[in-house]
Design a protein around this ligand. Structure first.
Ligand code: FIX
Ligand code: ZN
Length: 441
């Protein structure tokens, strides 16, 4: 009786058969992208034509948005500094002029060697375009022939992404207006789950107060018991409006828990009770120092080593709360993984932002796999422009497959036969299953 194909045991060696099987399984596993800044056309798009053109639209796609990604703005400011390019001068240009300048400086006059530059090359190639054009004319023509809905279908298909988790920021006035106008429309595409984001409640209570007051919530700088109730009321209203799969906030390297300030009390007395009542996980993205260079705008944020002991304290004090944590500093990664061994309600996720480079994805994923087995979320894309899904997942899949393949090879060397079924199960779990199970408990 021949063995079923799924049980065919691969040779118990770390040979090319094993690596090939892992690359194939990881390349084909569907992705649930845990954290992005992507939106559906319902949120409006500046690339729309005629009545669909919304200059304040939130859905970013196309070549001009790809090239004016803040990662590339940071890089062109370096490349152009010798010719007197300043942030002020760059931002005085139109979006089209900015994209033309970035293309010329980073892709034509220089070799696109950085990860963010290589990503654009990967994306153009996977879309069937020639990445070697000297101007953007041909790309602009092609993108102008696409519709946003068709482009979403095409990009999700190419990238192998099934779910694109959004970031829906309570304090973003543009987005807030759109939710108040038609929440049903904004929730309509099930491929784009919602996330309730509210950094300012914890990181900037002083400036959150007047905003909340203007929205009709009776809060105060002292965060009185009445104010706590009002924050709870607001969270209830927005959880009902968004129906989020989790709540989220980013935190600076200086964040500490426990703390005595209003932000710490807002977390313990309003946010965590609301998450608990609705069974919502809380995602913490820790270690970003905003606007170290304000002139650079969105490209002006940086990284700082944060306090992992604060994460441990939070997990210990709220043992029934699921915490999903990513930290921006390379220096925090080992301690975060060890802390996750101590608290089953803590799940590390992603190689965030300045860590989203193959060399660091390799290092961090290898360490997490050795310390945690398959009980973590190896990557999220953090995409801001639709087509970035193509390169961020292409590059990450390759890095993750290499790490996973090495681990299987070591297992095989240790005497365990490796099967296709094991590989497919683990690839699916790491790229989709862990997210799905953490968000559905
Ligand atoms: O706080 C965040 O969600 C960060 O990911 C963003 O602020 C950041 O600009 C980004 O997109 C990094 O990839
Ligand atoms: Zn983000």
């Amino acid at each position: 009786m021949p063995m079923p194909a799924s049980e065919i045991r691969l040779p118990n060696i770390a040979g090319p058969d094993l690596a090939t099987a892992v690359e194939k399984a990881v390349a084909q596993a569907p992705v649930w992208d845990f954290h992005t800044h992507l939106y559906t056309p319902a949120f409006g798009t500046p690339m729309g034509r005629g009545v669909d053109h919304d200059p304040r639209g939130l859905m970013l796609w196309g070549i001009d948005e790809l090239l004016t990604y803040h990662y590339l703005i940071a890089e062109v400011l370096r490349e152009g500094a010798g010719e007197g390019l300043t942030p002020q001068r760059f931002y005085s240009l139109s979006k089209t002029e900015q994209a033309d300048l970035i293309w010329r400086k980073l892709f034509v006059e220089a070799t696109p060697l950085s990860e963010a530059c290589r990503g654009v090359v990967t994306t153009l190639t996977r879309l069937g375009l020639d990445p070697g054009e000297t101007t953007l004319d041909a790309y602009r023509k092609w993108f102008a022939e696409q519709s946003p809905d068709e482009q979403i279908d095409r990009v999700l298909e190419i990238a192998g992404v099934e779910k694109v988790t959004m970031t829906n920021d309570l304090f973003d006035g543009n987005e807030r207006e759109r939710w108040l106008a038609d929440a049903d429309l904004l929730r309509a595409d099930s491929r784009f789950p919602t996330v309730l984001r509210f950094d300012a409640l914890v990181t900037d209570w002083e400036h959150a107060v007047p905003r909340l007051q203007s929205w009709g919530y009776e809060v105060d700088q002292e965060l009185s018991p009445r104010a706590i109730d009002e924050v709870r009321r607001m969270l209830e209203e927005w959880i009902a409006r968004l129906r989020p799969v989790y709540c989220a906030m980013s935190l600076p390297p200086t964040w500490r828990f426990p703390g005595a300030d209003e932000g710490a009390r807002c977390l313990t007395d309003a946010i965590l009770p609301a998450c608990g009542e609705h069974g919502l996980p809380l995602a913490l993205m820790i270690g970003v120092t905003r606007q170290i260079n304000p002139e650079a705008k969105l490209a002006g944020d940086t990284v700082g080593a944060a306090d992992v002991a604060s994460v441990a304290h939070l997990c210990r004090e709220f043992p029934h709360q699921r915490f999903l944590v990513t930290m921006l500093s390379r220096e925090n990664q080992h301690e975060l993984a060890v802390t996750a061994r101590k608290f089953a309600n803590l799940t590390p996720f992603g190689c965030w932002w300045f860590l989203n480079n193959p060399s660091l994805i390799d290092e961090i994923t290898r360490m997490r796999l050795e310390l945690l087995g398959p009980t973590f979320i190896p990557q999220h894309s953090d995409c801001r422009v639709l087509e970035q899904l193509i390169y961020k997942w292409d590059h990450s899949r390759r890095a993750i497959a290499a790490v996973l393949g090495d681990q299987y090879a070591k297992l095989a060397d240790a005497g365990l036969p490796i099967t296709d079924r094991m590989i497919e199960r683990d690839a699916h779990r790491l790229l989709h299953g862990n997210v799905a199970s953490l968000l559905s408990r």
